[in-house]
Design a protein. Sequence first.
Length: 111
Amino acid sequence: MRLGLGVVAFVAPSVPARPWIGEDAGRGSAKTLARALGARDVALGLGTLLAQRHGGPVRGWLEGSALADGGDAIATLIGWGTRPRLGRVAVLAAASGGALACSALARRVAS
């Protein structure tokens, strides 16, 4: 899922950005930031898949993904009052869920 979201954000940045930041998603500066976040998600998702495929350490990729998602959740909370109502709830739920899932998976991979 992370890999797919990252590709969409890079190719069509206003699509995943609009629910999170609203009308400003169409601005050039917002598109640049959305593409950068998309590249981050592509790197984390692809890194995790390649590590798993080649028998490499997956835990660090999962921990990095949890940190990135946690950062998205915190950023959403900081900007809560200025974000679109439905989008802020959806992003907070997705980011928090991603952080928790990746943290749990990282612990399982290690054991």
